[in-house]
Design a protein around this ligand. Structure first.
Ligand code: SF4
Length: 132
């Protein structure tokens, strides 16, 4: 048996608060493609509409599964925001490369030919070196 939209909204907001963010549970189509929730009988519907067209509809009788879909969207948005705020100007590997220098963190290396048929984007990859 499904819960009311109000109880679902309360639970969703509580989960969002635990993640340190605000949660808005939409129940009507959103112009910008944000998901909405519909409860029809015992089924929960996760629906994505944009500009009057339905792009996605997932249906479940499991409230936890619906909340998982909704919270996955929240986490994905949080991860995207984090990445934007912490975007690395230089080489994308600079945060985990053992050979990274200040140059790597400040300047993105250009993709260039290091050997016939071997392209690399690394400030320090020697010319002529090809991985086996
Ligand atoms: S440019 Fe090369 S050495 Fe520098 S961080 Fe990237 S992969 Fe590592």
């Amino acid at each position: 048996m499904s819960v009311s939209i109000q109880k679902l909204r309360t639970e969703y907001k509580s989960l969002c608060r635990e993640l340190g963010t605000e949660g808005v549970l939409n129940t009507v189509p959103q112009a910008f493609g944000a998901p909405q929730v519909e409860i029809i009988g015992d089924n929960y519907h996760y629906v994505v509409c944009e500009r009057g067209s339905e792009y996605e509809r997932k249906t479940t009788t499991d409230k936890q599964e619906l909340l998982y879909w909704l919270i996955s969207d929240v986490v994905s948005e949080m991860a995207g925001d984090f990445e934007l705020k912490h975007r690395i100007k230089g080489c994308v590997f600079a945060g985990r490369c053992l050979h990274a220098t200040e140059l790597c963190r400040q300047v993105a290396p250009a993709l260039e030919s290091k050997a016939p048929g071997h392209l690399a984007a690394c400030h320090y990859a020697p010319k002529g070196a090809v991985a086996a």
